[in-house]
Design a protein around this ligand. Structure first.
Ligand code: NAG
Length: 274
């Protein structure tokens, strides 16, 4: 999560009094901040190794949605090697041993998930079935999901959390403490204006200082306050930093409640374990 792009504010102050032309160049880089411990107990780290011969490794975020299920984005788990990838729960600082590592039992990606190219995805949502059920505690707990017709918008209080890059190509420093950033949802029309190719069932976020999700944060949650509690409104899918001045794009969780509930409440529906 980062201030991924140098924000250059050029203020040209034209003083009409004396016809004086002053100009001031300001630049600032402001990152996200360390999260408070146990504030986001549903937050999960995915450490992924690809299954092709040319081993590629990457990281993503994810969230606990039930005893044995974790929610993430489909592009995070595409081409994943089940045996060499793992999930860290109760994680706060990734470089500390307190993290508990869980094996991946299975993965259900949305059947209509599509990589549209240029880091743009449609139906970017997947569920991971853990090998074993979790024991919930102060730092391991499921996130609440929104109701079907909940609406969240620019006036909602929303946050993103992750262990992603803090600048383009700049990894989070040891001990890799979970980062949090308060961020606003922007209207669909504003978002379309900035990124016309936006997929359906998505929400966009933006920050006036250019901060947002970066590589390594995707798959993690956008949570917003609803009657004092946080609910997971989005799954970070793309944008937020990097090329094209793209807003942050999230899969809109409320549009996929059937997909999620079908698996987490009807275990028989899930495919057999790998
Ligand atoms: C995955 O975990 C291994 C072993 O703990 C670690 O060395 C590696 O940096 C992690 N990879 C990512 C992308 O977080």
């Amino acid at each position: 999560m980062a201030f991924c792009k140098l924000l250059l504010t050029v203020l040209v102050l034209l003083h009409n009094s004396g016809g004086l032309l002053g100009n001031e160049v300001r630049s600032s880089i402001i990152g996200a901040e360390d999260a408070q411990k146990e504030r986001w107990p549903w937050m999960v780290h995915l450490n992924v190794t690809s299954k092709d011969s040319k081993t590629v490794k990457w990281r993503c975020g994810a969230t606990i949605v039930a005893k044995q299920w974790v929610l993430t984005s489909a592009h995070c788990v595409a081409n994943l090697d089940y045996h060499r990838s793992f999930v860290a729960i109760g994680a706060y600082q990734l470089k500390k041993e307190s993290n508990r590592y869980m094996g991946i039992g299975n993965i259900v990606s949305h059947v209509q998930y599509q990589d549209l190219g240029n880091s743009n995805y449609e139906n970017d949502i997947a569920l991971i079935k853990l090998k074993k059920p979790l024991a919930f505690s102060k730092d391991v707990a499921p996130v609440d999901l929104p109701d079907k017709d909940d609406t969240f918008g620019p006036s909602s209080e929303c946050w993103i959390t992750g262990w992603g890059e803090v600048g383009n190509g700049v990894p989070l420093k040891d001990p890799e403490t979970l980062q949090q950033l308060k961020i606003s949802i922007i209207s669909q029309s504003t978002c379309k204006g900035r990124f016309p190719q936006i997929a359906p069932n998505t929400l966009c976020t933006s920050d006036t200082k250019g901060r947002g999700a970066c590589k390594g944060d995707y798959g993690g949650p956008l949570v917003c306050r609803k009657r004092g509690k946080f609910v997971q409104v989005g799954i970070m899918s793309s944008g937020g930093c990097g090329p094209n001045d793209r807003p942050g794009i999230c899969t809109e969780v409320a549009k996929y409640l059937t997909f999620i509930n079908d698996y987490i409440h009807r275990p028989g529906k899930a495919p057999a374990e790998m």
